[in-house]
Ligand binder design. Structure first.
Ligand SMILES: [Zn+2]
Length: 222
C-alpha cells in the first residue's frame, strides 16, 4: 500500500496503542509512553532463573520483559485478539534470542499449543503468532506439528502450583519426528514454568537434542 492510502486508512480507522489505547501513528505498534515503560521493564531470563529452587529441563532461556504495567496490558490485549502487540513482542523476542542464546545451534521453532476450544474462544493462538514471528526473524522452520493441547476448559491462572503441574498434563506430543533437533520453544508468560516444563520434557522424551525456551514476559515477585 502506498503512503497516501495508509494515511487515508489511518483517518478512517485510527491506529491505537495495544497497551493503553491512545491514538498512535499508523505504522507504530505502541505509543511513546508505553515504549518507555517497556524499556524500563526489560528483564533478562537469568533473573527468573535465579529465583527457582527446582532444576529446569531446558538448556537456557530468553525473556524480554517483567510481567507488569505495559507488558501486562500488551499481553492481555494480545490474548484479546490484538495481533499487533504479538508481532511487536515477537520481534523483540527474536532479538533477545539472538543476543542471549546460541541461536545458530537452534534447528526449529515451536510454541505451546492451543486446543480447539481455547482457540475458538480467543479467535487465534497468540503463542503461535509469537513463535512464527520469531521463526521468521531467525530464518528457522516453524513447527506447529510437535505438540497438542487437550481441551479442559480450566483457566491456568486460577490454579495453585501443584494444580498447574497436574493441569500441564493436557499437553501431549503428537508423534512427529523431532529426533536430533535443537528446539526453541516460545510462549507468552513464564510464571511457575509448569507449562514450559511439561512441553520441554515431551520434546526431550521424543528425542529432541536440546530445548531452549523464549518468553516475552517473566512473572516475578515484587
Ligand atoms: Zn500506550
Amino acid at each position: 500500500m502506498n503512503r497516501a492510502a495508509l494515511l487515508l486508512l489511518d483517518l478512517l480507522y485510527p491506529n491505537r496503542c495495544d497497551c493503553c489505547g491512545v491514538r498512535i501513528r499508523y505504522d507504530a505498534a505502541v505509543c511513546g509512553q508505553c515504549a518507555g515503560q517497556l524499556a524500563d521493564l526489560r528483564t533478562p531470563y537469568a533473573v527468573w532463573a535465579q529465583q527457582q529452587t527446582e532444576a529446569v529441563p531446558w538448556a537456557d532461556g530468553a525473556a524480554v520483559w517483567r510481567y507488569a504495567d505495559a507488558a501486562r496490558s500488551g499481553i492481555l490485549a494480545m490474548k484479546d485478539g490484538m495481533r499487533g502487540f504479538g508481532r511487536y513482542a515477537g520481534t523483540a523476542l527474536a532479538a533477545e534470542v539472538r543476543a542471549h542464546l546460541p541461536a545458530e545451534t537452534v534447528t526449529c521453532v515451536t510454541w505451546t499449543p492451543m486446543g480447539r476450544a481455547r482457540r475458538r474462544r480467543q479467535g487465534y493462538a497468540h503463542a503461535e503468532l509469537l513463535g512464527k514471528t520469531v521463526a521468521r526473524e531467525l530464518h528457522l522452520p516453524a513447527r506447529g506439528d510437535l505438540l497438542s493441547e487437550t481441551d479442559t476448559g480450566t483457566r491456568q491462572h486460577s490454579l495453585t502450583r501443584e494444580e498447574r503441574i497436574e493441569h500441564a498434563k493436557r499437553f501431549l506430543y503428537t508423534g512427529a519426528d523431532v529426533r536430533g533437533e535443537t528446539v526453541l520453544l516460545c510462549d507468552d508468560i513464564l510464571t511457575t514454568g509448569s507449562t514450559l516444563r511439561r512441553c520441554t520434557e515431551l520434546l526431550l522424551d521424543a528425542g529432541a537434542e536440546r530445548v531452549y525456551i523464549a518468553v516475552i514476559a517473566a512473572a516475578l515477585p515484587h
